[in-house]
Design a protein around this ligand. Structure first.
Ligand code: ADP
Length: 467
């Protein structure tokens, strides 16, 4: 059942119950008041009649003029002797004398007023009040006054009718009011529902209208909008990640294709001529070896990147970055051509930082490899370690070919190479691995370069305060 109808039903039930209880209470109150009024009137008349009986002569027990007032509002009076015989009675009772002797007998016997009901007609019972009197010089008597409850019943029927009609009308208004109130209150919910259903899969950028941000519906719409914003962001992140992954797979496939083509080409040559021609066989085997190594290096780089993407466990140690840079420089010098000057400029003090030595060493190797690779004979590579603005910095500067400005923001991207022909067989993954390691340390990597004059790469790691 819709909430609107539930609210209406609940309201109708609640108001209806209250009205019925109120009506019943009112009816009870009226009944009591009417009965009390009737009994009081009858008792008063009985006392008045008793007084006039006490004052009257033996024969004239009820003064015809005085009795007129006593019998107003349907009250009847009966005067009996000590045996119950009727001495006198009002005109209204010319035929019907209360037959029930219980009341007057009780009054006479106890010599105290007594009250009770009797039945003169079939319509309604009568209330009777009897008072014993002993006039001077006369026998004991009893004065009875009574009146029918009929008027009370009639009044109650009327009151019941009015109350029932009132309750029905009030209930009708209450139900109508509750229905329209519920409808008005729930209208914004309908609006929000419509707007929310209009937001499909593709258009997460849509938002619900917020009419009043302070009421319940407004707050609901705001909460849904915030949820939508988070969903949209998550959706976009997922799309981006998927696109990146697709690009990565395509690029990796592309990279693998070149050495594989070479290998299968040389394998063909080997098969066709290698058995007769030893020189061709040697050349082919060497080429196959070279290309396989290239592929191996490339796959190694891919694996390193993939592991880095999964937030690897880092082995942080307090390390002197300067010592680490010196070792890397010495290694590079040992393998590089002798016509290239590779120097390490030692800092005055140690440059201590909390870092993963193996990973930072890998960055130093990547930067040094690149510097050597892109610097011609007679050039110079300089390595430094120093502190700057709370960072421990490893800097590798060369006097090589440099990087064109438009490529600078892209060199850290996966597979990005400035120029395939001059890349010296690199995979384009070295600098992305370096940036990943910098990120894992909460640090950064930056580059400055002038084409034709050289480049300078800097790895920045959060430093420890010097003790
Ligand atoms: P690669 O394996 O091709 O060297 P990297 O990610 O290490 O891949 O470098 C990306 C590209 O940035 C290189 O292809 C090269 O064009 C350019 N590059 C990197 N280091 C230098 C440098 N020291 N001097 C000139 N160009 C560089």
């Amino acid at each position: 059942m819709p909430v609107r109808w539930l609210l209406t039903l609940f309201n109708a039930l609640a108001i209806g119950t209250i009205l019925v209880i109120l009506g019943l209470a009112l009816l009870f109150f009226f009944e009591r008041a009417l009965i009390n009024g009737l009994q009081e009137t009858v008792q008063n008349r009985a006392y008045s009649a008793a007084e006039s009986v006490l004052a009257a002569d033996a024969d004239e027990v009820l003064d015809p003029d005085g009795v007129e007032n006593l019998t107003l509002e349907g009250v009847f009076i009966v005067v009996r002797d000590a045996e119950g015989g009727v001495i006198s009675q009002t005109a209204a009772l010319s035929t019907n004398v209360p037959e029930n002797d219980r009341v007057w007998r009780a009054a006479l016997e106890a010599d105290l007023p007594a009250a009770g009901t009797t039945r003169l007609s079939s319509e309604a019972p009568e209330y009777v009040y009897a008072i014993p009197v002993s006039p001077a010089g006369n026998d004991a008597r009893v004065v009875e006054a009574g009146a029918s409850y009929g008027s009370v019943s009639e009044a109650l029927v009327e009151i019941r009718r009015v109350l029932a009609a009132g309750i029905l009308i009030a209930l009708l208004f209450a139900v109508l009011g509750a229905y329209f109130l519920a409808r008005a209150a729930l209208a914004p919910v309908d609006a929000v529902t419509k707007a929310a259903s209009a937001i499909g899969d593709g258009n997460l950028s849509k938002r619900l209208p917020v009419e009043n941000p302070r009421d319940e519906i407004g707050r609901l719409a705001l909460a849904i909008n915030a949820l939508l914003a988070r969903l949209q962001a998550a959706f976009e992140r997922r799309e981006e990640a998927l696109a990146r992954q697709r690009r990565f797979v395509a690029d990796a496939g592309h990279e693998l294709r070149t050495p594989l083509t070479s290998i299968s080409g040389y394998a063909g040559v080997l098969k066709r001529w290698g058995l007769e021609d030893r020189k061709t066989a040697n050349e082919s085997v060497e080429a196959i070896e070279r290309e396989s190594r290239r592929m191996q290096d490339f796959v190694e780089d891919l694996l390193t990147l993939a592991r880095g993407d999964e937030k690897p466990r880092m082995k942080f140690e307090e390390t002197d970055l300067a010592a680490l840079a010196r070792e890397a420089t010495e290694d590079a010098r040992a393998t590089a051509d002798s016509d290239l000057a590779i120097d390490f400029e030692a800092p005055e003090r140690g440059v201590r930082a909390c870092l993963d030595p193996a990973k930072v060493r890998q960055v130093a190797s990547i930067l040094l490899d690149n510097a050597v690779k892109y610097t011609g004979p007679g050039g110079r590579v300089q390595v430094r370690a120093f502190r700057r603005d709370g960072y421990a910095v490893l800097e590798v500067t060369d006097t090589g070919v440099g990087i064109p400005p438009e490529h600078l923001p892209l060199v850290f991207e996966r597979f990005h190479r400035v120029d395939g022909s001059r890349s010296g067989g690199g995979s384009g993954l070295g600098l992305s691995i370096a940036r990943q390691i910098a990120d894992l340390h909460g640090g950064d990597i930056e580059v400055q370069s002038t084409p034709g004059r050289g480049s300078s790469f800097r790895l920045l790691l959060p430093a420890r305060e010097d003790p």
